[in-house]
Design a protein around this ligand. Structure first.
Ligand code: ZN
Length: 161
């Protein structure tokens, strides 16, 4: 990172749990995502790896759970009335559902489905997992003053206001 300037890095990624097929990829019809380095917008292990890269770099990266989404917390299960779930989703164990919470939408994993309630696991679906990333750097540029003030990248792949 050059003195006094924060960088915005735009990159394509796919991510997989070690030994499994990709769970998520920006290449599947998506845009590369933009991250303001040093702002904590992305997981620490990834942010560190992006800090010294240049356009065109393509690399694989292993990020341990501790540097990704942290350990799983077994106490993070909750019983939620069915009415809070989107009706178009077939609720069964193992399915990830976006639940509207007071903190905004949050992915939860269904553990058990009852008559009127559903037990869900509130851990991030990738919590406790070591992750393999496949990264390709699309753009590296200096962040604008506005981006630094907001603490996130703007424009393509970044935050839209
Ligand atoms: Zn902003």
């Amino acid at each position: 990172m050059s003195a006094g300037t924060q960088q915005v890095v735009r990159f394509h990624y796919s991510v997989a749990e070690v030994g499994k097929p990709a769970m998520e990829s920006s290449r599947e019809g998506g845009e590369p995502i933009a991250a303001l380095i040093g702002a904590g917008n992305i997981i620490p292990g990834l942010e560190k790896a992006l800090a010294d890269k240049k356009v065109g770099d393509r690399f694989e990266l292993l990020v341990t759970a501790a540097e990704a989404y942290g350990p799983r917390n077994e106490a993070l299960t909750q019983r939620v009335p069915k009415k809070y779930f989107p009706t178009q989703v077939a609720l069964r164990p193992g399915v990830t559902v976006m639940l509207q919470t007071q903190q905004g939408p949050r992915p939860v994993t269904v553990v058990k489905v009852g008559m009127s309630v559903v037990d869900v696991d509130l851990n991030h679906p990738m919590a406790g997992k070591d992750l393999n990333f496949d990264i390709e750097i699309v753009e590296v540029r200096d962040a604008s003053e506005e981006e630094i003030a907001h603490g996130h990248a703007h424009g393509t792949g970044g935050h839209h206001h």
